[in-house]
Write a protein that binds this ligand. Sequence first.
Ligand code: PEP
Ligand code: MN
Length: 340
Amino acid sequence: MFIAMKPHATAAEFEAVVEKIRALGFTPHPIVGTERKVVAVIGHTTGLDPEDLFGTMPGVAEALRVSQPFKLVSREVKEEDTVLDVDGVPLGGRAISVLAGPCSVESREQILETARAVKRAGARFLRGGAFKPRTSPYEFQGLREEGLKLLALARETTGLKVVTEVKDTETLPMVAEYADVLQVGARNMHNYSLLERLGTIEKPVLLKRGLSATIKEWLMAAEYVVSRGNHRVALCERGIRTFETMTRNTLDINAVPVLKALTHLPVIVDPSHGIGLRAHVPAIARAGVAAGADGIIVEVHPSPEKALSDGHQSLSLSEFEELMKQVRVIAGAIGRPIPA
Ligand code: PEP
Ligand code: MN
């Protein structure tokens, strides 16, 4: 259940609600928005009447049950969009967030050249994997800590914020030391021990959709992180498995408006993994923005044909520059700026 306070409720009135929740043996989860203050009650509240318990307390506007199984991430509990503050750079919100970079960090030259180019084109986040969960154990697994160091160097050089994948709980402390945003890959969306650990650290999380996960399962995965105390989570639609074999995955464009209605978390679209074909990545990136995504994450490489992973779906530097011009037009048409 959740209790929404009146706009002018006092701090003491809010505290009294929080105290009552504790006294009942539940954990209060304050959700602070700019429009209204809400506190969610997590635990087995079945059989309790929210209105009876909290409805008449001073400062309380309403006390309701959350109808969805995901609670803290639901739009019911928090109406306004969540914007993640990544060290001063917003992820989510009205402006379209652009995250770009190679699938894997490969060398100093490769990451610096890409970082400079994507920044010039308008990206504010640099993506790049240092720990790569590859389908085949014989394929390039990433430069590991060396890759993280190169990402940190690229951040120092360009000011871009670093988004990189965390593969397991063992390497989480190391990855968290270098990353500004921790990416949870599709293969790990159901890794509940990793999600729980991510809930206890102070780093934003980009949670990719599992290969065959339903929207509900994905939102429940986000709930794992948020319910442990880390409210900075963004969702990334990266395509799902379907019967189609002409494309790598099927980007579920439906998920974008559906998520925007169900959750307050930012929604990012990954057209690169979503279709898996370089020639068609721009079309899907444009579609994602047109459908209402809060951002895009795009694989970009200085020489895609030589990339150690996902070259077939990576844009060249000039292709990315061209894409950004197109995306600006689409974003502008629906009243969403992309800061220069
Ligand atoms: C990636 O971003 O390079 C990646 C491995 O993505 P996913 O987990 O969506 O397959
Ligand atoms: Mn990739």
